[in-house]
Design a protein around this ligand. Structure first.
Ligand code: MG
Length: 220
Protein backbone atom coordinates (compact mmCIF):
# COMPACT_ATOMS: atom_id res chain seq x y z
CA UNK A 1 0.00 0.00 0.00
CA UNK A 2 1.36 3.43 -0.95
CA UNK A 3 0.87 5.96 1.81
CA UNK A 4 0.61 9.69 1.22
CA UNK A 5 0.69 12.75 3.42
CA UNK A 6 -2.25 15.09 2.81
CA UNK A 7 -1.57 18.83 2.66
CA UNK A 8 -4.26 21.27 3.79
CA UNK A 9 -4.21 22.72 0.25
CA UNK A 10 -5.05 19.31 -1.27
CA UNK A 11 -1.57 18.29 -2.41
CA UNK A 12 -0.28 14.82 -1.59
CA UNK A 13 3.25 13.50 -1.07
CA UNK A 14 4.47 9.92 -0.71
CA UNK A 15 5.60 9.11 2.84
CA UNK A 16 9.32 8.39 3.03
CA UNK A 17 11.68 7.65 5.91
CA UNK A 18 10.68 9.10 9.27
CA UNK A 19 13.67 10.38 11.24
CA UNK A 20 12.95 10.90 14.94
CA UNK A 21 14.89 12.86 17.52
CA UNK A 22 15.14 11.67 21.12
CA UNK A 23 15.35 13.98 24.15
CA UNK A 24 15.23 17.34 22.39
CA UNK A 25 13.48 19.14 25.28
CA UNK A 26 15.44 19.35 28.54
CA UNK A 27 12.40 18.86 30.82
CA UNK A 28 11.49 15.65 28.97
CA UNK A 29 15.09 14.37 29.21
CA UNK A 30 14.82 15.02 32.95
CA UNK A 31 11.53 13.13 33.35
CA UNK A 32 13.18 10.16 31.58
CA UNK A 33 16.07 10.34 34.08
CA UNK A 34 18.56 11.36 31.36
CA UNK A 35 21.06 14.16 30.81
CA UNK A 36 20.80 16.16 27.58
CA UNK A 37 22.84 14.11 25.07
CA UNK A 38 25.97 15.68 23.51
CA UNK A 39 24.99 14.42 20.07
CA UNK A 40 21.42 14.10 18.78
CA UNK A 41 19.73 10.75 19.49
CA UNK A 42 18.28 9.59 16.16
CA UNK A 43 16.02 6.66 15.38
CA UNK A 44 13.86 5.74 12.39
CA UNK A 45 10.28 4.65 11.82
CA UNK A 46 9.34 2.89 8.56
CA UNK A 47 6.69 4.46 6.25
CA UNK A 48 4.31 1.69 7.32
CA UNK A 49 4.14 3.32 10.76
CA UNK A 50 2.18 6.24 9.26
CA UNK A 51 -1.47 6.89 10.25
CA UNK A 52 -3.44 9.81 8.81
CA UNK A 53 -5.88 12.07 10.66
CA UNK A 54 -8.97 10.18 11.82
CA UNK A 55 -7.15 6.85 11.85
CA UNK A 56 -6.45 4.26 14.53
CA UNK A 57 -3.38 3.45 16.59
CA UNK A 58 -3.35 -0.34 16.97
CA UNK A 59 -1.47 -1.27 20.13
CA UNK A 60 0.66 -4.42 19.79
CA UNK A 61 -0.07 -7.04 22.45
CA UNK A 62 3.67 -7.34 23.23
CA UNK A 63 3.56 -4.15 25.38
CA UNK A 64 1.89 -3.30 28.68
CA UNK A 65 3.02 0.33 28.68
CA UNK A 66 2.31 2.25 25.47
CA UNK A 67 3.02 6.01 25.77
CA UNK A 68 2.05 9.17 23.86
CA UNK A 69 4.67 11.70 22.71
CA UNK A 70 3.34 14.77 20.88
CA UNK A 71 5.82 16.35 18.44
CA UNK A 72 6.26 18.92 15.69
CA UNK A 73 6.77 17.02 12.42
CA UNK A 74 8.73 18.67 9.60
CA UNK A 75 8.17 17.28 6.09
CA UNK A 76 11.01 17.53 3.57
CA UNK A 77 10.09 18.85 0.10
CA UNK A 78 13.37 18.52 -1.82
CA UNK A 79 16.23 16.02 -1.88
CA UNK A 80 19.29 17.39 -0.10
CA UNK A 81 22.67 16.48 1.37
CA UNK A 82 24.96 18.54 3.64
CA UNK A 83 22.53 21.44 4.11
CA UNK A 84 23.81 24.49 5.99
CA UNK A 85 21.53 25.66 8.81
CA UNK A 86 20.94 28.99 7.04
CA UNK A 87 19.61 27.16 3.97
CA UNK A 88 17.49 24.57 5.82
CA UNK A 89 14.18 26.40 5.30
CA UNK A 90 14.46 25.88 1.50
CA UNK A 91 14.03 22.12 1.90
CA UNK A 92 10.92 22.17 4.09
CA UNK A 93 7.60 21.31 2.40
CA UNK A 94 5.51 21.84 5.51
CA UNK A 95 4.72 21.29 9.15
CA UNK A 96 2.39 18.92 10.98
CA UNK A 97 1.63 17.66 14.44
CA UNK A 98 2.48 14.01 15.04
CA UNK A 99 2.50 11.38 17.76
CA UNK A 100 5.59 9.27 18.36
CA UNK A 101 3.72 6.35 19.95
CA UNK A 102 6.23 4.45 22.06
CA UNK A 103 6.12 1.03 23.75
CA UNK A 104 7.86 2.33 26.86
CA UNK A 105 8.37 -1.04 28.56
CA UNK A 106 9.94 -2.50 25.40
CA UNK A 107 12.09 0.63 24.98
CA UNK A 108 13.26 0.56 28.61
CA UNK A 109 14.32 -3.07 28.24
CA UNK A 110 16.12 -2.30 24.96
CA UNK A 111 17.97 0.60 26.65
CA UNK A 112 19.00 -1.63 29.54
CA UNK A 113 20.21 -4.40 27.22
CA UNK A 114 21.90 -2.02 24.75
CA UNK A 115 19.57 -3.13 21.96
CA UNK A 116 17.93 -1.05 19.17
CA UNK A 117 14.57 0.71 19.63
CA UNK A 118 13.01 -0.39 16.33
CA UNK A 119 10.24 -2.50 17.87
CA UNK A 120 9.45 0.02 20.64
CA UNK A 121 9.24 2.93 18.22
CA UNK A 122 8.59 1.67 14.70
CA UNK A 123 5.67 -0.75 14.92
CA UNK A 124 2.72 -0.48 12.53
CA UNK A 125 0.59 2.65 13.31
CA UNK A 126 3.22 4.15 15.65
CA UNK A 127 3.30 7.44 13.69
CA UNK A 128 0.01 9.35 13.41
CA UNK A 129 0.55 12.62 11.49
CA UNK A 130 -1.94 15.45 10.84
CA UNK A 131 -2.48 17.12 7.49
CA UNK A 132 0.54 19.15 6.42
CA UNK A 133 0.53 22.95 6.64
CA UNK A 134 2.52 24.30 3.69
CA UNK A 135 5.80 26.00 4.65
CA UNK A 136 5.38 28.60 1.89
CA UNK A 137 3.02 30.74 4.01
CA UNK A 138 5.87 31.40 6.46
CA UNK A 139 8.26 32.81 3.82
CA UNK A 140 11.94 32.42 4.78
CA UNK A 141 11.12 31.87 8.45
CA UNK A 142 11.02 28.57 10.31
CA UNK A 143 8.22 29.42 12.75
CA UNK A 144 7.77 28.34 16.35
CA UNK A 145 4.56 26.52 17.23
CA UNK A 146 2.57 25.91 20.39
CA UNK A 147 2.11 22.13 20.71
CA UNK A 148 -0.63 20.44 22.67
CA UNK A 149 -2.00 16.96 23.36
CA UNK A 150 -5.26 16.05 25.05
CA UNK A 151 -6.24 12.48 25.94
CA UNK A 152 -10.01 12.04 26.35
CA UNK A 153 -10.26 15.83 26.47
CA UNK A 154 -7.75 16.13 29.35
CA UNK A 155 -4.57 18.15 28.76
CA UNK A 156 -1.46 15.94 28.92
CA UNK A 157 1.28 17.87 27.09
CA UNK A 158 1.64 21.57 26.24
CA UNK A 159 4.81 23.35 25.15
CA UNK A 160 6.31 25.64 22.55
CA UNK A 161 8.78 24.43 19.92
CA UNK A 162 11.09 27.33 20.83
CA UNK A 163 12.02 25.18 23.88
CA UNK A 164 13.70 22.63 21.58
CA UNK A 165 17.41 22.16 22.36
CA UNK A 166 18.28 21.59 18.70
CA UNK A 167 16.32 23.71 16.24
CA UNK A 168 14.61 22.47 13.09
CA UNK A 169 17.44 24.03 11.02
CA UNK A 170 20.12 22.28 13.07
CA UNK A 171 18.29 18.94 12.75
CA UNK A 172 17.96 19.28 8.95
CA UNK A 173 21.65 20.15 8.71
CA UNK A 174 22.65 17.17 10.88
CA UNK A 175 20.37 14.59 9.23
CA UNK A 176 21.12 15.73 5.66
CA UNK A 177 24.84 15.45 6.40
CA UNK A 178 24.61 11.89 7.68
CA UNK A 179 21.74 10.22 5.79
CA UNK A 180 20.83 12.70 3.07
CA UNK A 181 17.18 13.77 3.15
CA UNK A 182 14.73 12.96 0.38
CA UNK A 183 11.41 14.44 -0.70
CA UNK A 184 8.73 12.89 1.52
CA UNK A 185 11.03 12.14 4.43
CA UNK A 186 9.93 13.70 7.70
CA UNK A 187 11.48 14.60 11.03
CA UNK A 188 9.78 13.99 14.38
CA UNK A 189 11.53 16.74 16.33
CA UNK A 190 11.19 15.34 19.86
CA UNK A 191 8.58 15.50 22.60
CA UNK A 192 8.25 17.93 25.50
CA UNK A 193 7.59 16.78 29.06
CA UNK A 194 4.34 15.11 30.13
CA UNK A 195 4.56 11.78 28.27
CA UNK A 196 2.23 9.16 29.68
CA UNK A 197 0.25 6.00 29.22
CA UNK A 198 -2.48 5.41 26.62
CA UNK A 199 -4.93 2.53 26.50
CA UNK A 200 -7.55 0.95 24.32
CA UNK A 201 -10.45 3.33 23.63
CA UNK A 202 -8.53 6.56 24.33
CA UNK A 203 -9.20 9.53 22.07
CA UNK A 204 -6.03 11.49 21.28
CA UNK A 205 -6.31 15.10 20.11
CA UNK A 206 -3.09 16.91 19.20
CA UNK A 207 -2.66 20.46 17.88
CA UNK A 208 -0.21 22.90 16.40
CA UNK A 209 -2.23 25.69 17.97
CA UNK A 210 -3.88 27.93 15.41
CA UNK A 211 -2.76 25.81 12.44
CA UNK A 212 -3.73 22.14 12.41
CA UNK A 213 -5.04 19.35 14.61
CA UNK A 214 -4.88 15.56 14.65
CA UNK A 215 -7.45 13.11 16.05
CA UNK A 216 -6.83 9.38 16.42
CA UNK A 217 -8.37 6.59 18.44
CA UNK A 218 -6.39 3.95 20.31
CA UNK A 219 -7.46 0.40 19.45
CA UNK A 220 -6.11 -3.11 19.82
MG1 MG B 1 9.68 11.05 20.52
Amino acid sequence: MIMDYDFTDGRKLKVGTMYCVGQNYSKHAKEMGSEMPNDPIIFIKPPNAYVSNGGKVILPSISNLPHHEVELVVVIGKDCNNVRTNDAVKYIAGYAVGLDITLRDIQNKAKKDGHPWAVAKGFRTSAPISKIVSASQFGEEIPFFALELKVNNEMRQAANTKEMERSVAVLISYLSGIFGLREGDCIFTGTPEGVGEIKHGDKLHAELKGFISLDVIVDK
